[in-house]
Design a protein around this ligand. Structure first.
Ligand code: SAH
Ligand code: SF4
Length: 311
């Protein structure tokens, strides 16, 4: 018998093997990280990762100049029910664990070979509805022994859960970038599009944004999906700029991406440009989010194909 084995035996480990085996079976979760599918359109890669329970999760790599952004999911589905969003139609199937969130970045970097610098939580799900796992994932992403991604390159996007924003403001290791899906200029319109607004109205959201400690030189990213005839009128631009005026923000204006059978329509290019110019006249910094990856349903609000719930 080899000396190492003898030493193990002497400390009684062999007697404990059945208990150890049971413990490993119940407590050891092996990361799956299986790349199930990938589709490429216009440089955008949508990829699907297989989870241990046979569900799948979708993520997107968006090419930038030299280094890329990966858009990760935090839940399978989402229970916030925003009316314009494809993921919202699925409802919540389950939260992702921290390791399932980190795995998406791992797959992007190591299985797809993408030079990832930015991580944005803008895939499926509401990150602040799964905050414990999201915070743990952020810690692993930022750790030098993990994926070594600096805080200033991580952005959490939320529908506006106020308790969650306040908790995020206090996490150890420094503040994260915050994006908020506003999508409407008034409570009436927002409550119609986003049920969360009925319990988390815009005034309370603004207060939470004003007290959020941003990383140095950073602004809050406000996302506004422009939908024809719903939130794209000149009066809407005026109300929106009044709402945003006390905040340090950059506005991401996103043309609505229609899903098959959708009740809403996107604005024309001219309508989009006109709305944009009204905001710029009010000195709001506006960026247009492109609809890259639309053909493979990899654009915003389009994640959540059939593969998510069943394969
Ligand atoms: N739940 C979080 C994270 C998901 S981000 C959040 O809502 O912020 C998904 C982004 O896509 C959100 O900004 C949302 O407003 C946007 N979006 C959803 N459906 C869309 C659609 N059909 N067209 C364009 N953008 C959409
Ligand atoms: Fe959920 Fe965000 Fe879609 Fe709303 S927009 S249903 S919060 S994923």
């Amino acid at each position: 018998m080899k000396q190492g084995t003898l030493a193990l035996d002497q400390c009684g480990a062999f007697d404990r093997l059945p208990a150890l085996k049971r413990q490993l079976e119940t407590e050891l979760v092996l990361a799956s990280g299986r790349l199930v599918k990938k589709e490429i359109d216009d440089g955008v890669i949508k990829f699907v990762t297989g989870l241990a329970d046979d569900l799948t999760v979708e993520s997107v790599v968006i090419p930038m100049y030299r280094r890329h952004t990966v858009c990760v999911s935090s839940q399978v589905g989402c229970r916030m029910g925003c009316r314009f969003c494809r993921t919202g139609k699925i409802g919540l199937i389950r939260n992702l664990t921290a390791s399932e969130i980190v795995e998406q970045v791992f797959v992007a970097r190591h299985l797809l070979g993408a030079n990832i610098r930015n991580v944005v939580f803008m895939g499926m799900g509401e990150p602040l509805d799964n905050l414990d796992h999201v915070i743990q994932a952020v810690r692993v992403l930022g750790d030098q022994r993990g994926l070594d991604i600096a805080r200033r390159y991580i952005t959490i996007s939320t529908v506006g859960l106020i308790d969650g924003i306040d908790r995020l403001a206090r996490i150890d290791g420094g503040p994260l970038n915050l994006a908020v899906s506003l999508n409407a200029p008034t409570d009436t319109i927002r409550s119609r599009l986003m049920p969360i607004n009925r319990t988390h109205p815009m005034a309370a959201l603004k207060d939470a944004l004003q007290r959020y400690p941003l990383p140095k030189k950073s602004s809050i990213f406000v996302e506004y999906v422009l939908i024809r005839g719903v939130n794209d009128q000149p009066a809407h631009a005026r109300a929106l700029s009044r709402y945003l005026s006390p905040l340090r923000v950059k506005l991401n204006l996103i043309p609505y991406n229609p899903a098959p059978g959708s009740e809403f329509a996107p604005p024309s290019n001219e309508e989009f440009q006109y709305f944009r110019s009204l905001l710029e006249d009010e000195n709001i910094f506006v960026r247009k989010r492109h609809r890259k990856g639309e053909r493979i349903m990899a654009a915003c609000g389009q994640l959540g194909g059939r593969s998510t719930a069943s394969r």
